[in-house]
Write a protein that binds this ligand. Structure first.
Ligand code: ATP
Ligand code: MG
Length: 398
């Protein structure tokens, strides 16, 4: 008997940290389901996403191929809040059908042809099911053993059949994709990412999306004194990152003239930190307009001179909003590995003319004093300048 005759294709989703939630759990689950539906809009499939006893199931229309189910699973694997994504079959809730489904699933596997070891792992979320999970393991395992003559290996099986008994149905599957973990995007509120074209800030954005923040992006370009390359990079990075989230917006600040004023203020060694404070003040102004509750940067303690403890402190004092720095304790190699995994590294490594290179002094101050910075800012009228810069932002539609 073939699998389609026995059941319907579906994708079974295991929740991450949400399972630790108490009274609010339902709220988080609903948001997660909304995010999953949103992510699946790109498919021309009528999908039905439902909560089931602590898991989520995506039911796919009859006739969905294994390839389509896999594509759906891969897409959902990018949605934060899930730890495992299993392309599965939903079958009737009786031991005989489960047994047949197990046999049919194994019939398609190359491991079976080479007589690989196997195990059956059952789980009963509905305790009214007539067999206990170890009885179900033995029933289905015995049948597979009789049919295909595979050796059982409970410790290190090469192929595992998972059977999960739920209230209305049984799910059977042989594998899955790891999810992103974390919390559903949007469950922690909104924030604004200061997005360079570099390696760190995209990773920082991803890490905060995973903690449930819905983020938008602000990029400072050296225009009119640099080319537009950094804007294209920021754009490409935001597009790449948005598959974890959906609905991100990117704004670009033409920052070249403001940088020129900072340079002309004469305080060469403080220029980098003064400019970073102006970026933060501008970002805070934009954040208020879009109701974002925090700023996010890719700072890592000690990575460059602007990221010493004293300079980080000087930046925190520039704004009232919290500045979230998820990479503060990360090594560059760790950040790069994560950038590679989420697919942003190859974009970040493209050449560009970063606006910061306009202001690279021979020796940057590692212990900027806030009083000195305030002097520069007074001459610049930094607060007013930040408002003007926020007025001048341009949105780049994704
Ligand atoms: P990144 O790899 O993210 O560019 P970096 O190692 O180059 O970081 P800095 O240049 O000191 O470090 O920047 C620190 C943080 O300041 C960045 O992670 C980013 O959040 C913000 N930032 C720097 N330049 C820009 C820019 N042009 N536009 C927006 N944000 C910026
Ligand atoms: Mg940079």
């Amino acid at each position: 008997m073939t699998m389609p005759a026995l059941g319907e294709p579906c994708v079974l989703l295991k929740l991450g940290e949400i399972v630790l939630k108490g009274k609010n759990r339902e709220l988080f689950e609903r948001r997660l389901i909304g995010n999953i539906r949103q992510a699946l809009k790109e498919f021309d499939l009528k999908v039905d996403v439902r909560r089931r006893h602590g898991v989520i199931a995506i039911f796919l229309p009859e006739g969905t191929t294994a390839e389509q189910a896999h594509a759906v699973a891969e897409r959902v694997a990018d949605v934060p809040g899930l730890v495992w994504i299993h392309p599965a079959w939903r079958v009737a809730k009786d031991p005989e059908t489960v047994l047949k489904a197990g046999l049919a699933l194994f019939a398609e596997r190359e491991e079976v042809k080479r007589k690989a070891s196997f195990a059956v792992r059952s789980r009963r979320r509905d305790k009214r099911f007539p067999l206990r999970s170890n009885e179900l393991d033995r029933l289905v395992g015995g049948a597979i053993n009789d049919e295909y003559g595979l050796p059982v290996d409970l410790k290190n099986p090469e192929l595992t059949l998972f059977v999960e008994v739920d209230r209305d149905e049984v799910f059977v599957f042989t594998g899955g994709l790891p999810g992103q973990g974390g919390l559903p995007v949007g469950s922690s509120g909104r924030a604004l990412v200061l997005m360079s074209g570099g390696i760190d800030s995209p990773v920082a954005a991803y890490r905060m999306m995973r903690r449930g923040l819905h983020v938008d992006f602000l990029h400072f370009s050296g225009i009119p004194f640099t080319t537009s390359e950094s804007i294209y990079k920021a754009y490409a990075l935001v597009r790449k990152l948005d598959r974890f989230q959906g609905g991100a917006r990117l704004w670009v600040v033409p920052f070249g003239k403001a940088q020129q004023s900072i340079r002309n203020s004469g305080q060469d060694r403080l220029a980098v930190i003064a400019q970073r404070r102006l970026m933060l003040k501008t970002a805070e102004e934009v954040a208020h307009r879009i109701r974002a509750g925090a700023l996010i940067t890719g700072d890592a303690l000690g990575q460059v001179s602007s990221q010493t403890l004293a300079n980080i402190t000087a930046q925190d004092h520039a704004v009232d909003l919290p500045i979230l720095r998820p990479l503060v304790g990360w090594d560059k190699t760790e950040i790069m590995a994560e950038a590679r995994r989420i697919g942003t590294l190859e974009i970040s490594e493209l050449p560009d003319e970063d606006c910061c290179s306009l202001l690279a002094p021979r020796r940057a101050e590692t212990r900027a004093k806030i009083e000195d910075l305030k002097q520069i800012e007074k001459r610049l009228d930094a607060e007013e300048l930040a408002v003007q810069l926020a007025d001048s932002i341009q949105e780049y539609k994704l």
